[in-house]
Design a protein around this ligand. Sequence first.
Ligand code: PLP
Length: 398
Amino acid sequence: MNLNEHYLRLSDTDPASLIEKKIQEHMLLSPDRQLLRLDAEDSPFPLPRCVDQAMSEAAIQLQNDATLRKLPPVSGYPFLIEAIKNSYSQRSIALTEGEIFINNGAKCDIAGILELASTDNTVVITEPFNPVYYSSNLAAGRNVRFISSDPVSYEPPLPDEEHADIIYLSSPCNPTGYVYTKEMLKQWVDYALYHNALILFDASYEAFIRSEELPRSIYEIEGAKKCAVEICSLSKAAGFGNTRLGYTVIPNPLIFDSVRLNQLWMRRERMKFNGVSYVAQKGAAAVFSEEGQKELCQITDAVLLNAQMLRRAFVNLGLCQKGEVNSPFVWIRCPQKLSSWGCFDYFLKEMGVVTLPGSIFGAGGENHMKISAYATREIVCAAIERFAALMGKEKPLE
Ligand code: PLP
């Protein structure tokens, strides 16, 4: 056998392992100092109570002959698809059952959907970006073009004059936290329609958007159903990081080379996927219940308050600009012009605070850090005090 040579172009370094190794080394040197972790990418909190209950009931059903389930439907159980459809319709977005596909987390579809696209396609990725956008295209041998966010405001870029076939947009953007406005998204939709391109819209963090004016779905933009796939995750707000569940919307009007994309995706799913467990889907359906949405709101409100406190602290320290917070993280400039990894080491060694180096999110993230608000309030307050003490400013909390 010959190897797929494109895989050899992927980096063998795993930033998460490197971070754990650095933490272990640090703990040996400073065993008495409490480590404060501001590097979580998913909700570290327990599953909402109603989810836990729904999953326990489902597990009991699987123990009885009369109620046990065989293989799940490939695209998801109708009860969950219906719940997701209703959640869109509450936001005035009409979808049909065949347009929604349940998956075991957004990441697999972000990469998997590329199988439907020719490897000749040119891909546009807006920097900084979620690493899977780049690595999955690199592994397929596709040509990737980057467009950078504004280096000062971190406002994500608008389309340029050049052609693209596939465009990745993430909103709220991981890692900058920036949310596209409707006007910005409209420009991308118009660009995609003009170029007959596909937008892969990663809405994994949409549950954190509070501003009424900001779109939570690309389908709030006219024309988007003809050019965009939307990918969502329950890892980020509902605590499904381990349970694994997400969903992908591929609208009927999305047609390339006279083929409906959702039909082609269904063909792919039947070939490669055997669906998501009944237990996980029952838990996910509970997330969309009235009680689930209330619990979700409590979790996201607490994380958003953490993010606001962190942002205010970093504004006071001159490391980021004022602005609305609609995501679970804060994107800051490294102090003293440090590199991202240099800054990671500095924060860890001097304060025992773990953050995420911006360079993990592409070259455009160098000299920046991502600070995650996925932590308890105590940890966030303690970290803010340590940042303030290290950088020689007054305690930034009121
Ligand atoms: N999309 C974004 C923007 C992410 O940051 C991540 C994970 O960190 C994912 C998707 C993957 O989410 P999931 O856990 O649903 O696979």
